[in-house]
Ligand binder design. Sequence first.
Ligand SMILES: [Zn+2]
Length: 257
Amino acid sequence: MLIDSHCHLDFPQFDGDRAEVLGRAYQAGIHGAIIPSVGPENWARVIDTCRQHPRLWFALGFHPCFASSDSVGQLNRLQSLLDANPRNLVAVGECGLDGVASALPMDQQQRLCLEQMALANRFRLPVIFHIRKAHHHLFSLLDREPLKAGGVVHGFSGSLEVAREYLRRGLYLGVGGVITYQRASKTRAAIQGVPLERLLLETDSPDMPPCGYQGLRNEPARCLLVLQELCHLLDLSSVAVVKKLSENHVRLFTRIS
Ligand SMILES: [Zn+2]
């Protein structure tokens, strides 16, 4: 039961052929997908997309690159949605810290992220993190607010040392198209050093196309290319890797079925 643990199928890039894209994923043996949201502007769209298609789950949160100084004031909206516990809600996210592309200063990003972690703990939900050039800041947030239901660092890119800091704090690492690029040698080596029990598969569609598909819209069926590369890196059969990954998805996102 392979799942694309991170794809933005609600984005307008899929408006013309969403059903076909999903059909190709199911055809490729992908059981379903998790759609993280980016902020109040797409919460309704994400919920709606998951209602219209089978085996899609979602997360609600504020992505640091879509957040503004108003976001903190809207946390109560997030709280009431989590409280309403809509069907197919599996996590809080994506939230996190972006040291490159966010318009919010880092201290405000940290506050927004920490508040979402506290909400996740209150509702016993895991957290989907977006993190770029700010690992050490997230380590200290995780130490201040340890996660009760765990979480995942999506699209992990970094060294084995960084990976171990997340593992130590109970997180999973999301493995995506990055590992299909030979030049990503640091991340490839990190993934080889992480126990398979702590990895999840993802595409981050429509972004992060795997090697060979640069410049094209990414889609969940390409999980298979990431899987292929992961099997190669770990020197394990795809049967063995799929079995473990399937267990991981269900262990973290306990509401998936
Ligand atoms: Zn994302």
